[in-house]
Structure formats: C-alpha cells, structure tokens
Design a protein around this ligand. Structure first.
Ligand code: NAP
Length: 257
C-alpha cells in the first residue's frame, strides 16, 4: 500500500519541493493550495508523471470549514493519512516596523501561519489517533514547517516572527501529547530558500549570503533541501525522536566568531 501525505501550500515553493520529494519516495500526495489553481494543477501533473496519485484541494488553512473539508476530501480519496506536512504560510503584505505595524496584518499572518495550522493539526491528530497502523506497524507523522524566524528577530515583520515562534511551541505541545499514540511530530526550520516568498528580497539576501557571510554554507537553500529532510522523516529514519527541530538553513543557526 502506498503511503499518503498531505502537504498544505503544496502547490508552490517549499511545499512543491516537499510534494515532489515525497512523490519520488513513493508517496501519493494531497496538494493543498489557497487560490492559484494553475500552480496546483502543474504540480499534480508532475506527481502523476512519477506514477503516483495526487489530489489537488483548494482550502484556506485559516478557515475552519476549509480545514474540515480538506481532511474530509483526503480521507474520501485515500482512506488514510501517513504524513501531514503543515507548510502553508505567508509573509506580511508590507514589511512594517513593529512600532507602526497594524492589527489587520497581525490577524492575517497569525490566522494563516499559526491558528490555522494549530487547529488543522488538532483535527488531523484526532483522526490519526483512531487510524489503525499500516501493515508494517508504522504510525503517522506530523511535520511543521516553521522558520529561522522562530528565534530570529526581524523588527520589520514582527507578526511573522511571532507566528513562527508559536509554531515552535505547537510542535512541542503536539509532540508531547501524541507520543502515547505513536505519532511523532517534527519541526523543520528553513533558512533562506529561493521561492516566490523571497523573490522580492533577492538582492538583500544575496548580500547577506555571499558578502556578509551570515551562513557558513554560501548558497541559497532550495525547496528540495527541505523536501529531502521531510522524506527522511516520512521514511522512518527518526523513529525515536519527537518534538525535534531540524534546521535546513546552511548553518545559519550557529553563532560563529
Ligand atoms: P510561497 O512560495 O509563497 O508558497 C506558499 C504556498 O502556500 C502556496 O502553495 C500557496 O498557495 C499556499 N498558501 C498561502 N496561503 C495559504 C492559505 N491561507 N491556505 C492554504 N495554502 C496557502 O512560500 P514558501 O516560501 O514556499 O513558504 C512555505 C513555508 O515555508 C511558509 O510557511 C514560510 O513561512 C516558510 N518559510 C519560507 C522560507 C523561505 O525562505 N522561502 C524560509 C523559512 C520558512 P497559492 O499559490 O494558491 O496561494
């Protein structure tokens, strides 16, 4: 039986990289997206060209009814879920100093990046607890894509940083609660990854990576760098680890002298 993964925001960027890595590793994939149906169709076609099944599901993770429908459609199509990857996320529309930034941006970013994932994981976890183990006895897993912003202060996007710090605790909470059900929960913290999200700040990050040397590995991260880490988790290479943080950041998290 093929393993089934659901990747939120799986249509573009890091999510797309995760979807394709999982498909290469033999998973069928539910590709969630918010509005860009063409991008979703493209990644679905790529998965199918690898001989795996893919189901595109439009759902806004910040909307409760959409989250419920996303899980309903996943179980209707595949009857099970082996891996939930909570990846969908947004940057603030405007980078504004925390002395000026408004509540509207805060509510939007927290709703999509933190509240939505928190309650999606809650709903999925209740279904996964009840799901029988597969024939190999393996249990489902949950991966949360946070960011180096979980611990790095950027004072011109405080809402984003707060949302990612909240995901770090969300990982700890669900890891602690779900261990007795054999469900491991992992947090992946990408660093600077080349996607549409970072497109607008390419010059700034080029300078930081190649001239200021903020990370020992001097290249941009790629979506498949994150995808490979997810595959390691999905293929049970970390069975005795939960609540674990995996940095995929070129070494950014280290302090160096
Ligand atoms: P991206 O290129 O902008 O892609 C975002 C994806 O999320 C798209 O598939 C988008 O779907 C989907 N999405 C957006 N809002 C959604 C919503 N409300 N409900 C469901 N899906 C939604 O972003 P990315 O750079 O790949 O980032 C992916 C994740 O990694 C985010 O959580 C981000 O914070 C995190 N991250 C990124 C970086 C980086 O350097 N890029 C670094 C650290 C962490 P549509 O196309 O339909 O809008």
């Amino acid at each position: 039986m093929s393993r089934v993964a659901l990747v939120t925001g799986g249509s573009r960027g890091i999510g797309r990289g995760i979807v394709l890595s999982l498909a290469h590793a033999g998973h069928d994939v539910v590709v969630n997206y918010a509005g860009n149906v063409d991008a979703a169709k493209e990644v679905v076609a790529e998965v199918e060209s690898l001989g795996r099944r893919a189901l595109p599901v439009q759902a806004d993770v910040s909307v409760a009814e959409d989250r419920a429908r996303l899980l309903d459609e996943t179980w209707a199509a595949f009857g099970r879920l082996d891996l939930l990857v909570s990846n969908a996320g947004v940057a603030p529309k405007v980078r504004a100093d925390i002395l000026e930034a408004d509540e509207e941006s805060f509510d939007r970013v927290i709703g999509i990046n933190l509240k939505g994932p928190y309650f999606l994981i809650q709903s999925a976890a209740n279904r996964l607890i009840a799901q029988p183990s597969d024939e190999a006895g393996t249990r489902p897993k949950i991966v949360i894509i946070s960011s180096n912003s979980a611990y790095t202060a950027s004072t011109n996007r405080g809402d984003y940083c707060v949302s990612k710090a909240g995901l770090a605790m969300t990982t700890q909470l669900f890891a602690a609660r779900l261990a007795e059900h054999g469900i491991n929960v992992y947090e992946i913290r990408p660093g600077i990854i080349a996607t549409d999200m970072t497109d607008a700040v390419t010059a700034k990050y080029d300078d930081l990576i190649f001239h200021k040397g903020i990370q020992p590995i001097r290249r941009w991260g790629r979506p498949d760098d994150v995808g490979r880490a997810v595959v390691a988790i999905a293929t049970d290479l970390f069975p005795h680890s939960t609540g674990q943080v995996i940095d995929v950041d070129g070494g950014f998290h280290m302090k160096t002298l």
